[in-house]
Write a protein that binds this ligand. Structure first.
Ligand code: UDP
Ligand code: MG
Length: 327
């Protein structure tokens, strides 16, 4: 083990995280130091903070710390592209020079104490190690129930998510190389990573409160994330609409037959209520169906453009010395 200590890079996407960043840097530096002193990882292991177009002092903090601490590095994206793409930018950058990479959020809600277990699993031959939350007591009731519902729904339509795993995970170099072959613009990493394959393991931990600052995932972003996750992986929603359409078609046949019999025997009914209800019901259903079809067509549109996912403005990871000179 002493001979071949893996070079670890911890990738941390950050968006307006000035309130937590200093303590995050300290905590993660301590983790690296401990692992190095236990000879579990190479002494060249580093932290890579990806600044996702923050508007506060996030980047200044990263740069200041980088000057004094070689292991603190950064990547500044040209604009805000969202957590998934920012994370991918970091993974792609770190992949070339690292043996394994761990991704973690800047607010350290995920327990850093299990990083050692991640490494032990990696040394044991695992290419992917998933951090899984034991319980979500620190999340709001709303977030907890919607998240549970989301994982259940995704599994039921055949998307192999690891329940209660977000983006806290370790990936080996070869797993990252496989990941880089997925070229889609709409990324949903926690759906893609399990389909890569290789030997994997789960490590369980308790999720904590945010250190400071507030969530960068308000309801609107969460919903769009969930919707992207579903429609990027499965056409089950469209199939559901088709089946519903067939059922309604059959039901309307039965109802039509019933109405004809009524008419034949001379019973008159005002019919207004049922008419209005059917119009609203079918109108709504049609709008949903058109919307869903639009979603998928929109996805084809976005994917067919093959646009780059992000642009890097400053890179303190690849060549820190040259970068500091040019500043
Ligand atoms: N984040 C990002 N870009 C964004 C939004 C969030 O890089 O546009 C980062 C954020 O700084 C944090 C991580 O993604 O490190 C997760 O965000 P947050 O903790 O706010 O989400 P929550 O834990 O509330 O779901
Ligand atoms: Mg968080």
């Amino acid at each position: 083990m002493l001979l071949n200590q893996p070079l670890l890079t911890i990738v941390i996407p950050c968006y307006n995280e000035e309130e937590v960043l200093n303590s995050t840097i300290c905590q993660l530096s301590n983790v690296l130091e401990d692992l190095i002193s236990e000879s579990l990882i190479s002494k060249h292991s580093r932290l890579l903070f990806v600044d996702d177009g923050s508007k506060d002092r996030t980047w200044q903090i990263i740069r200041e710390r980088h000057v004094n601490q070689f292991h603190v590095t950064g990547l500044k994206l040209a604009r805000n592209v969202g957590h998934q793409k920012a994370l991918l930018a970091g993974l792609e950058k770190a992949r070339k020079t690292s043996d394994c990479v761990i991704s973690i959020d800047a607010d350290l809600q995920d327990d850093t104490a299990v990083i050692k277990d991640f490494i032990l699993k990696y040394l044991d031959g695992c290419d992917i190690v998933y951090g899984v939350r034991k319980k979500r007591t620190t999340d709001t009731f709303f977030k907890r129930t919607t998240a549970t519902g989301f994982y259940k729904f995704m599994t039921s339509i055949g998307i192999p998510l690891v329940p209660n795993h977000a983006d806290y995970r370790l990936m080996s170099k070869r797993a990252l190389e496989e990941l880089s072959k997925f070229t889609e613009s709409n990324l949903f990493l926690r759906g893609i990573v399990p389909i890569i394959g290789f030997k994997s393991a789960c490590i369980y931990y308790d999720r904590k409160e945010r250190l400071a600052g507030e969530t960068k995932y308000p309801l609107k972003k969460m919903l769009s994330f969930a919707f992207d996750g579903i429609t990027s992986f499965s056409i089950a929603p469209i199939r559901f609409i088709t089946i519903l359409g067939f059922i309604l078609f059959l039901l309307s046949g039965v109802a039509g037959g019933y109405a004809l019999i009524q008419k034949f025997y001379g019973y008159t009914s005002s019919g207004w209520t049922s008419l209005i209800i059917s119009i609203w019901f079918l109108g709504g259903l049609q709008l949903i169906s058109i919307g869903l079809l639009g979603e998928y067509i929109g996805k084809i549109f976005v994917e067919s453009k093959r646009r780059p996912k992000y642009a890097v403005e400053t890179d303190l990871f690849t060549s820190p010395v040259e970068n500091m000179k040019s500043k």
